[in-house]
Design a protein around this ligand. Structure first.
Ligand SMILES: CC(C)(COP(=O)(O)OP(=O)(O)OC[C@H]1O[C@@H](n2cnc3c(N)ncnc32)[C@H](O)[C@@H]1OP(=O)(O)O)[C@@H](O)C(=O)NCCC(=O)NCCS
Length: 175
């Protein structure tokens, strides 16, 4: 199966929110609360992407959508200014179920890292992942991410969750 990638445009907020909800409902089942995934997640993600796209600054943020036969199947977003003390925050990377394991995640992560290295030389890229998300942790380790110690953080469903960071101190090395 082949895929293509494209940059996001100003009208992609609903596309990104839809991808986000679909992936969270699948990948975060048993991690975030059932009530949140069943109900609140749609409004919450729509609000996040509406606000993000309204204030989108392509000099400080990068997002890309992966498509198969013209249908959106995954996306990545990285922002320089969310927590600048740690570097550029990769928030988020998702590939829809049924389309994982064919290289989309690798391509999107590498494109985001390449953007960080080009725009902000010397700046690390990092992300936060649920400790319970073993597949994503294995993927990030495979992609050369340096794991932090786990810690607890209050998350989207209002509950405390065990999370950890992965960092790429030299994003230019991600392939
Ligand atoms: C995690 C995720 C982004 C990975 O994307 P993907 O398209 O499935 O991964 P790729 O096919 O690009 O795999 C890249 C490499 O990672 C490896 N990999 C991927 N998933 C893996 C896993 N669960 N365990 C071990 N290795 C894994 C692949 O084998 C591949 O290695 P190779 O190139 O040496 O063969 C994707 O599975 C996903 O969206 N998961 C659900 C949402 C999620 O958890 N996102 C992360 C939120 S923090």
């Amino acid at each position: 199966m082949t895929f293509t990638v494209r940059s996001v445009g100003p009208d992609d907020g609903p596309v990104l929110a839809g991808l986000h909800v679909a992936s969270w409902r699948n990948a975060y089942r048993g991690i975030l609360s059932d009530a949140f995934l069943a109900d609140d997640v749609e409004d919450e993600r729509r609000a996040v992407w509406t606000e993000r796209m309204a204030n989108w600054n392509p000099a400080r943020s990068f997002a890309e959508i992966a498509e198969i036969d013209g249908a959106p199947r995954g996306f990545v977003c990285v922002m320089r200014d969310m927590a600048p003390e740690h570097g550029a925050l990769l928030d988020n990377l998702h590939v829809l179920p049924g389309h994982r394991g064919i290289g989309i995640g690798r391509r999107l992560l590498a494109d985001a890292a390449c953007w960080v290295a080009d725009r902000f030389p010397g700046t690390p890229m990092y992300l936060t992942v649920y400790f319970a998300n073993e597949n994503a942790r294995a993927f990030y380790a495979r992609m050369g991410g340096v794991a932090s110690e786990p810690y607890d953080e209050r998350e989207h469903d209002g509950r405390l969750h065990r999370v950890m960071r992965f960092a790429w101190p030299k994003p230019e090395l991600v392939r």
